[in-house]
Write a protein that binds this ligand. Structure first.
Ligand code: SF4
Ligand SMILES: [Zn+2]
Length: 267
């Protein structure tokens, strides 16, 4: 096989793999990271066109690769903490052999029947809007001794790592998790909703390799207002309005429904 052809095939494989992992959201599932720039009109389009409510246009193979590397870096951190101090980690644990599962700290992770460690999965927090729509998020890591603190892990570029303040969109996403912990469908008092921690890992060599920002729960007042708007929007989709001012606004440029929204239309 020629090298050129090999490269083309690898590029295809990367894109395919990443799209598989990201195509899971139905229009009914609103991910916590989509609350920030939520557009009810996009949901209306997604439903009419029977497509997923994807927050972004499909990635090219370059960005797909960067995304995948970032995800792997996050997994390494989670795996390290889970294997080193499982008793301080709260999550959803599942036995790979007999499928027995529970939610709680990893102190009881060993499956007595199979004598193997149950596998760690991120805990999902959700808020049901009606019989179809729900807001959902999976918390990267819940870590603590008395109360488990939510951690959102981001692998970032050098320019972002050097910043004194974290990127607001990440702060917002973590604040949505805090909101979901407090007001979501299932109350778990063992999880802290007063603050969370945004953990930056650089995508380049650095010692020490982490940076942490505390995100206070007080920001959830704004989230409260935004989620009320969101709920109103999905309950009244017939009258959904566009949130972009034109097809050239920054959000529209990234929106996978830009053409349908501004050129083709629905109905
Ligand atoms: S282009 Fe803007 S207004 Fe139109 S669906 Fe996308 S986010 Fe909504
Ligand atoms: Zn088992």
């Amino acid at each position: 096989m020629e090298i050129k052809m090999l490269l083309r095939e690898i590029n295809k494989a990367i894109r395919h793999d990443i799209m598989d992992g990201r195509a899971e959201d139905t229009p009914y599932k609103i991910h916590a990271s989509s609350v920030y720039d939520f557009c009810p009109y996009r949901v209306k389009l997604a439903l009419a066109l029977k497509r997923g409510y994807s927050p972004q246009q499909p990635l090219d193979s370059g960005r797909a690769m960067t995304f995948k590397i970032g995800r792997k870096i996050q997994d390494i951190i989670i795996e390290s903490v889970v294997s080193f101090q499982p008793e301080y980690v709260y999550g959803f644990w599942r036995c790979p052999i007999c499928d027995s599962r529970y939610i709680g700290s990893g102190v009881n992770r060993k499956c007595k029947r199979c004598n193997v460690n149950r596998e760690y999965h991120e805990l999902e927090v959700r808020y049901t809007i009606n019989d179809k729509f729900f807001i959902s998020g999976s918390i990267d890591l819940l870590y603590g001794i008395d109360k488990f603190v939510p951690f959102e892990i981001k692998s970032v570029r050098r320019e972002d790592f050097e910043l004194k303040e974290p990127i607001y969109k990440y702060v917002y996403q973590l604040a949505v998790y805090l909101w979901l912990i407090k007001y979501g469908d299932v109350q778990r008092p063992e999880i802290n909703s007063d603050f969370g921690v945004l953990l930056y890992i650089p995508k380049f060599h650095r010692n020490p390799p982490l940076k942490a920002f505390k995100v206070p729960g007080s920001i959830t007042k704004r989230i409260d207002r935004d989620i009320k708007e969101l709920v109103k929007g999905v309950r009244d989709l017939d009258n959904a309005t566009k949130i972009c001012k034109s097809s050239n606004s920054p959000l529209a440029k990234k929106c996978p429904f830009r053409r349908e929204c501004w050129e083709i239309g629905i109905n």
